[in-house]
Ligand binder design. Sequence first.
Ligand code: ATP
Length: 137
Amino acid sequence: MERTLTILKPDCVKKQLIGAVINQIERAGFRVVAMKKIKLSKETAGEFYGVHRERPFFGELVDFMSSGPCVPMILEKENAVADFRTLIGATDPAEAEEGTVRKLHADSKGENIVHGSDSAENAAIEAGFFFAAEEVV
Ligand code: ATP
């Protein structure tokens, strides 16, 4: 069974959409195997998105991701990585398919409600960033 790492981003928490988005995720067949609520510091947010360090939006991304609590989760399902990215839709909600999480709830390319790992390999690295082995059940 494949796993992916998601983060319900600070805009999702601020809009009180944690339950609605988890409901959509579970209805799509994903099992939540780890979950916590955490407020990232600028340092940890920058570390998580380190791959984007040289991009022009990096500062904005770090400020946003550390602006309030977020909810990282590990999700399990056959084909979890690809199926989750289909469920959340394109990075820019204006380009996201109807019915996707970002189309339904996101305001902009920057504030786009959820993160989803882009590969099974990165999912395992990102899962280790947030969760200890005994928290994954
Ligand atoms: P994520 O990694 O969060 O799942 P993604 O894989 O759809 O998103 P990436 O291209 O990896 O998109 O960008 C990572 C995050 O950086 C985006 O989710 C978004 O929050 C932010 N971002 C990307 N492009 C822009 C941009 N042009 N302006 C502002 N923020 C951006």
